[in-house]
Design a protein around this ligand. Structure first.
Ligand code: ATP
Ligand code: LTN
Length: 334
């Protein structure tokens, strides 16, 4: 039997090539060998205020992009998190089986506290428990994520082991994070030591999947490099050049060594042009599919069918958990 794999994307902004390389592109490959469950983590988005209209647009774009990059509803279960109520219900149960000490250590929350950000919501604090519920409710064996999310999968794992010991031996499948080596972290084009992130304020550091290709080319040409003037893979001393190499390799399905064969004699300007060509070609292909999908109106159908399939699985596990922890009253026939 195929192993089950699950992942979610939180489209609290537009998707960028970091999301594509670190997540989406891998899902497309995995759906051939795994029973793939992919969802849009819309509840996770609202841990931070979202303009409702903008959120709706981002959700639609995310689904269309999932399909545009090659996720196939016949092979994968694709749905919207809030369409499957069981996530939030199990999320609360998991909150009652995790500790303040654990959540205090979660970097997303910790970093915001360290920066002195005010008015953080309770949802932001407990969101790793909801993510654990997303994973555990489907009995996922593997969770492909970028390195930044590894900690959350480990929390899911800890909670699963804890509850299996406390309540019932095989209540939950113990999930494992799956981190791709090349491309698991794409860096900002403007600050190649920090992650390419949609929370980035500056637009120049990241390339959106729906960016105008001309604009994307400009961003690559303006990427921060160094003064060493040699194209080689050395993330420590040449983070900018190494990041561009990873982007080129990932988007053209080759290894870094293979790309280096083409580019190691190039000047930086020429090398950037080479990377830009690859990026532009990829964006054009994805965007053409994206427009076809939006116009075809298949999104509603995909989401409705996906949610039906997912609800069935989620409900079974939730019932079992509720029974194991004693929430349900035994019903007699008299
Ligand atoms: P952001 O900081 O952009 O909000 P995120 O991790 O919160 O990032 P998601 O949209 O939830 O964003 O991420 C979806 C997937 O894409 C996750 O598996 C995440 O690890 C991955 N991902 C996000 N940014 C990058 C990146 N720069 N490089 C590689 N993978 C990334
Ligand atoms: N928290 C993740 C998105 C996410 C997810 C999940 C990923 C929500 N639920 C379950 C994998 C499995 C993020 O912010 N990137």
């Amino acid at each position: 039997m195929k192993k089950r794999m699950l992942s979610g994307i939180k489209p609290s902004g537009q998707l960028h090539i970091g999301n594509y390389i670190g997540a989406l592109n891998n899902f497309v490959k995995y759906q051939e060998d795994y029973e793939m469950i992919v969802f849009i983590a819309n509840l996770h988005c609202i841990t931070i205020y979202q303009d409702p209209k903008e959120l709706q647009k981002n959700l639609t774009d995310a689904i269309a992009l999932y399909l545009a990059v090659g996720l196939d509803p016949n092979k994968s279960t694709i749905f919207l998190q809030s369409d499957v109520m069981e996530h939030a219900q199990l999320g609360f149960i998991l909150q009652c089986n995790s500790y303040l000490g654990e959540l205090n250590r979660m970097t997303q929350y910790k970093d915001k506290v360290a920066k002195g950000e005010q008015n953080l919501t309770v949802g932001l604090y407990t969101y790793p428990d909801l993510m654990a519920a997303d994973i555990l409710i489907y009995g996922a064996n593997y969770v492909p994520v970028g390195v930044d999310q590894k900690q959350h999968v480990e929390l899911a794992r800890d909670i699963a082991i804890r509850m299996n010991n406390k309540y019932e031996k095989e209540l939950f499948v113990i999930p494992a994070p799956l981190i791709e080596k090349v491309g698991s972290k794409i860096y900002s084009l403007q600050d190649p030591t920090s992650k390419m992130s949609k929370s980035d304020k500056g637009e120049k550091g990241l390339i959106y999947l729906l960016d105008d290709p001309k604009k994307a080319r400009k961003k690559i040409m303006g990427a921060v490099t160094d003064s060493i003037n040699k194209v080689q893979y050395d993330p420590q001393n040449q983070p900018g050049i190494s990041n561009l190499l990873v982007i080129a390799a990932s988007l053209s399905d080759r290894s870094i060594d293979e790309v280096l064969e083409d580019v190691q004699e190039m000047q930086y300007g020429q090398f950037k042009g080479y990377v830009a060509d690859i990026v532009v070609k990829k964006l054009e292909t994805i965007q053409q599919r994206y427009h076809e999908i939006i116009e075809s109106g298949i999104i509603t159908k995909v989401l409705t069918e996906g949610a039906q399939k997912a609800s069935k699985m989620a409900n079974q596990r939730l019932k079992r958990v509720q029974h194991a922890i004693g929430l349900e009253i035994e019903k007699t026939n008299d």
